[in-house]
Design a protein around this ligand. Structure first.
Ligand SMILES: Cc1ncc(COP(=O)(O)O)c(C=O)c1O
Length: 487
């Protein structure tokens, strides 16, 4: 890993406050190193921050200088700190802990200075390591049991049910089945609701991975358009649901991925009515619902208008993807079918992660605020850079979500993504989000990376856009189709 360049410095006084506000047990240099490592690990001391001198921190903490010196030495050994002549001690993360190391998620050919815009998800918020630690503390109480909770840890089912009830959808814990993320929830639900040869209504554009899940089940997809400015077309849905064997409708009404659109209450109501009249079950993906970027009240959940709907939730976006926890909220008389379907895939979700999520849910305000501040700042940086570098691209920022769905002046999205790779930029082209092909006039741009990185990404994007027509003429664009992994 190349040496981190210092983005900012933290003063001795500020660092002493961070350290003191969350003391660890056991005094001495190891405890100090441990706490500093946590602050770096969960982002409260961002990578690239210059730490105060050993003398200054020792004075601020009222400790001996040797304690700080030895703590810094430990951090250097563990690759959390890098000291360079003239630059002081700069925070970093060990290579093995950084980034997306699974080869399926790292775009082919990417290097350390590549910028990856194929994934719209956030790093773990501050306090995640603390939540895991608190969960470990609770673990002994469970160790004499089997550890298997096929429908989920009762306390977590209760907490999830309470959240639905608070959002305006009365829910009992018995209606909640905890699964390994929203995609697993969709796979389980598809098993309950569909048979090979059935039809499922999907939005276009839509989040791509469920399309593969549905297709693997032998289901035929029928697409209805969602537009960031105009939203859902209920009249079109009314026509489409007349097709034979139309069983379910996969919808993302709460900060739709990729457009960020939020379905208004009256559209929820009308769409629910149209689907119910046609005997089509809504499958409502609420993975993004906690990513509102303002304080205005949100509409009640779609299922509040549709008693037969299945709702799917996830901790991946609102908390952290590494938890791998999601859930299905089903109508009371369908929960047994959901549980049976889940047992055909896996037996239960990991106990430690369920306990950890429960900890995070106990005090989710700070986590929400942290994510919101980061996403808001990143989105402003992205919009500003696009206005400067690519003024003829169009986007309609929604009230929430993690990405912009940009309209290009020409249908060159696949050529653009091929051209971008040559500038070290990885994109998910429009066709990745298209259930029936097309969408070459669009590209999804996530605003989850820090602002300065997004500004650099847009500079590369502008260069790639200039190259895209030539790439398309050579026939190198337009054929990339759906990317294997877009998250
Ligand atoms: C709309 C939507 N559904 C599902 C998922 C996958 O969520 P999980 O990580 O919980 O499987 C994502 C993640 O990008 C998403 O945006």
């Amino acid at each position: 890993m190349t040496p981190a360049s210092a983005a900012s410095a933290v003063s001795a006084g500020r660092l002493a406050t961070l350290l003191v506000s969350a003391p660890t047990s056991g005094p001495g240099y190891l405890a100090l190193a441990h706490r500093l490592r946590e602050l770096v690990g969960d982002g409260r001391l961002p990578v690239g921050t210059r730490l105060p001198s050993e003398r200054a921190l020792a004075a601020a903490l009222g400790r001996g200088r040797a304690t700080v010196t030895r703590a810094y030495d430990v951090l250097r050994e563990q690759a959390y700190l890098e000291s360079r002549q003239g630059s002081g001690s700069i925070t970093r993360l060990p290579v093995s802990h950084a980034g997306r190391t699974d080869h399926l998620l790292v775009p082919r050919g990417s290097t350390e200075d590549s910028i990856d815009l194929t994934i719209a998800t956030l790093p773990a918020p501050p306090g995640t390591a603390d939540a895991y630690r608190a969960a470990v503390e609770e673990l002994p109480a469970y160790l004499l049991g089997t550890g298997y909770y096929p429908t989920g840890l009762p306390a977590l089912r209760e907490a999830v049910a309470d959240r639905y009830t608070r959002r305006g959808l009365a829910t009992s814990p018995a209606q909640v089945v905890v699964v390994a993320g929203a995609l697993a929830g969709l796979a389980v639900t598809a098993q309950v609701l569909t048979r090979p040869g059935d039809r499922v209504l999907v939005e276009s554009p839509t989040y791509p991975n469920p399309l593969s899940t549905l297709q693997a089940r032998g289901v035929r997809l029928v697409a209805t358009a969602v537009d960031p400015g105009h939203g859902w077309d209920v009249d079109a849905v009314r026509q489409l649901v007349r097709a034979p064997r139309m069983r379910a409708a996969y919808l993302i009404p709460d900060f739709h991925n990729p457009t960020g659109a939020l379905m208004p209450t009256e559209v929820r109501h009308e769409l629910a009515r149209v689907l119910a009249a046609a005997g089509v079950t809504p499958v409502v993906d609420e993975s993004m619902v906690d990513l509102a970027l303002d304080d205005a009240p949100l509409p009640a959940p779609f299922a509040a208008h549709s008693p037969g709907a299945f709702s799917i939730g996830s901790a991946s976006k609102a908390f952290w993807g590494g938890l791998r926890i999601g859930w299905v909220r089903a109508p009371a008389d369908r929960v047994d079918a959901v549980a049976a379907a889940r047992l055909s895939l896996d037996l239960a979700s990991p106990l430690l992660e369920q306990l950890t999520l429960l900890e995070m849910l106990r005090d989710e305000g700070p986590i929400r605020r942290h994510h919101r501040e980061r996403v808001t700042a990143s989105r402003a940086a992205l919009l500003g850079a696009l206005a400067r570098e690519l003024p003829d691209w169009r986007s309609v920022p929604g009230r929430g979500g993690l990405s912009l769905w940009c309209r290009l002046p020409a249908p060159l999205s696949s050529a653009l993504s091929v051209a971008a790779e040559r500038h070290g930029l990885y994109l998910a082209a429009g066709p990745s989000f298209a259930p029936e092909g097309g969408l070459e006039r669009h590209v999804r741009l996530p605003h989850t990376l820090p602002g300065p990185l997004l500004e650099e990404a847009v500079r590369r994007l502008a260069r790639a856009w200039a190259d895209a027509p030539a790439v398309a003429r050579r026939g190198a664009g337009g054929t990339s189709g759906r990317s294997p992994v877009v998250a």
